[in-house]
Design a protein around this ligand. Structure first.
Ligand SMILES: Nc1nc2c(ncn2[C@@H]2O[C@H](COP(=O)(O)OP(=O)(O)OP(=O)(O)O)[C@@H](O)[C@H]2O)c(=O)[nH]1
Ligand SMILES: [Mg+2]
Length: 604
């Protein structure tokens, strides 16, 4: 049997996982000397590169001193926690990274909870020890306390610690050691990560944790072999989550090393490989010995907490900018997404309407962003949290929220969050004029808060949250305080009208932007909605006015990104998404109908 170690790299967002994987790849000699390697190679898709965050868990492999180390890089953002959960079963230990300055953060807690519950004994890597504000010893204590709180076993509490600066490519076992390279980390991995159990002699048991697709070979399952061997051309049984068994032939077997993939003939227990030949293969499915199929437990992961409606675009501009606009196309695309993304699901609930359930606004935004880049056009509604009933009690998701901000803003933020039903659990000075606040807050209270938070803290605050648990419903939370400026005309916005309107609030449109009746063209400074005319030109008159035209100075409009728009809208509004534009509109475009419904709602 091959000598193998399987590890996942887990942490809170930005604590340096992908950077560390870069260095592990480089220092194990996985790249040839002439290979030009970009930074954070594992963040390989376009949106990951643009945003500098990891969205999908991805695996790579290195050979170090004759040992194959399979490494899975995972995302740290809470919305993609499902990605972490699904790979934890595929590995025998984890590198838990914790920033030497920030310490334990919400997603550190989430990933630790999952890793400990699967019985892993993490290797704790205190990263970014080069930071002047870092305090590695304090952070080790924080990690120990966290493990203890989470009922870690004696063995888990006795975790190995490595201090590192991933970006600078060194790690050490004691802070007083010299800064050299990652050898101490490699050695710790070899010594502390358990070897895979199971045996090549047993019948095949393999489980898929990621899907891939290739135009020539079709669906590909990336999987870990828990027992036995698998060979190219061999006939095996695919066992689906519902127990269905389908016989099939392995049409391609692929191995990994660094960024390369290549055909292999056989792989054995403990290894991570990609398999093709099974059209219906999904995440969580097993491939087994046809003579004695013993499937592995399907994966159970935390359920979605947030839902957003995706609907066919029915605005007056529908179909003018996108390629895929029909209900069928949207349905197909969503189905394809859910195939690979087990943390999300969706259902159709009306003509051309789909409820997409996920873990957070960012996760849903990324899906929408991918779709618009592929040429889709659609509308999305305001995110809603998913509630459930337990023993007759309505329950809603709660989140653990951590905020770091300049001291002078804590008062106003605490007050704001109070209105959103947040309960403060901790407040600690962080030094240099900063305070850390911790809260437990209904997920509902977080919808649409980010922009307001950034404005309030002048961009200097940082907020992070992660799913805690379902708790009894906590009543009404405050939402947007401003009304909308709504267009009462179809046409193109005119500079002169925008100039006259801009005193009333913040404009979202600029001259020549297309507008339509019921489209939201700005934020009203007051709390009510206002119908306005953005296409009125200056009256022409025969009499020459004295002096030149008043100079028109337009304030630059607020450009609404998909995320801003989704945060901003209320229940009676939608975001219209096309490959070229993001527009906000009233759900009901007709002003008369809108007013009637509003009035009715008031008296109901
Ligand atoms: N000072 C310092 N910065 C580091 C170190 N390691 C990583 N960084 C920086 O931290 C930032 C985030 O690094 P990433 O590797 O993308 O972090 P990540 O944990 O993969 O982030 P997500 O995948 O989005 O959760 C980058 O700007 C890195 O350059 C380090 O050792 N010291
Ligand atoms: Mg990353």
């Amino acid at each position: 049997m091959r000598d193998i170690r399987n590890i996942a790299v887990i942490a809170h967002v930005d604590h340096g996982k992908t950077t560390l994987v870069d260095e592990l790849l480089k220092q194990s000699g996985t790249f040839s000397s002439h290979q030009n390697v970009e930074e954070r190679v594992m963040d390989s898709n376009a949106i990951e590169k643009e945003r500098g965050i990891t969205i999908l868990a991805k695996n790579t492999a290195i050979d170090y001193e004759g040992v194959r180390i399979n490494i899975i890089d995972t995302p740290g953002h809470a919305d993609f926690g499902g990605e972490v959960e699904r790979v934890l079963k595929m590995v025998d230990s984890v590198l838990l990274l914790v920033d030497a300055q920030e310490g334990v953060m919400p997603q550190t807690k989430f990933v630790v909870k999952k890793a400990l519950s699967l019985g892993h004994r993490p290797i704790v890597v205190i990263n970014k020890i080069d930071k002047p504000g870092g305090d590695p010893d304090r952070v080790v204590d924080e990690v120990f306390d966290l493990f203890a709180q989470m009922d870690a076993t004696e063995e888990q509490l006795d975790f190995p610690v490595v201090y590192a600066a991933a970006r600078d490519g060194y790690a050490k076992l004691a802070l007083s050691d010299e800064n050299k390279d990652l050898t101490p980390l490699f050695q710790t991995i070899l010594n502390e990560v358990p070897k895979p159990v199971g045996s090549d002699e047993n019948g095949l048991q393999l489980q898929v944790f990621t899907l891939d697709y290739d135009n020539f070979i079709g669906k590909i399952g990336i999987a870990r072999i828990f027992n036995g061997t698998i060979s190219m051309g061999e006939t095996v049984v695919l066992v689906k989550a519902d127990g269905e068994k389908i016989k099939g032939r392995v049409s391609k077997l692929i191995g990994f090393k660094g960024m390369e993939r290549f055909d292999i003939k056989q792989a054995g227990t403990g290894d991570i490989v990609a398999v093709a030949g099974f059209e219906t293969i999904d995440v969580g499915d097993s491939l087994c010995d046809p003579n004695n199929p013993m499937p592995l437990d399907p994966m159970h992961i935390e359920e979605p907490t947030l839902s957003v409606t995706f609907a066919v675009n029915d605005s007056p501009l529908a179909g003018t900018e996108g390629k895929f606009v029909t209900s069928n196309k949207i349905n197909e695309r969503l189905a394809a997404e859910m195939n690979t993304n087990i943390a999300m699901n969706y259902e159709q609930y009306g003509e051309g309407k789909f409820k997409v359930n996920g873990r957070g606004e960012l996760q849903i935004c990324i899906l929408a962003e991918n779709m618009r880049r592929e040429g889709f056009e659609f509308c999305i509604g305001r995110p809603e949290v998913i509630t459930k009933v337990e023993d007759g009690v309505k329950m809603e998701p709660f989140e653990h929220l951590v905020i770091d901000l300049p001291d002078e803003h804590s008062g106003s933020i605490i007050e704001k969050l109070g209105k959103r039903k947040a309960n403060m659990t901790n407040m600690v000075p962080m030094g240099e004029g900063y305070t850390r606040l911790e809260f437990e807050i209904p997920a509902r209270g977080l919808i649409g808060i980010r922009t307001e938070f950034l404005t309030e803290t002048k961009g200097e605050g940082v907020m992070n949250h992660s799913f805690l648990e379902f708790r009894p419903y906590s009543g009404v939370v405050e939402s947007r305080k401003y009304g909308a400026l709504v267009s009462m005309e179809n046409g193109e916005a005119v500079g002169y009208s925008i100039f006259n309107l801009q005193d009333r609030g913040i404009m979202f449109v600029k001259p020549q932007d297309k507008v339509y009746v019921g489209m939201v063209i700005g934020q009203h400074a007051k709390d009510n909605d206002l119908d306005v005319n953005p296409i009125k030109g200056k009256q022409q008159s025969n009499v020459r006015s004295s002096g030149a035209d008043e100079a028109i100075k337009l304030v630059p409009p607020r450009t609404m990104s998909l995320e801003n728009a989704l945060e901003w809208i209320e229940d009676d509004e939608l975001v219209e998404v096309t490959p070229k534009s993001v527009r906000v509109r009233k759900r009901e475009l007709d002003p008369t109908v809108r007013k009637r419904t509003a009035k009715k709602a008031k008296f109901d």
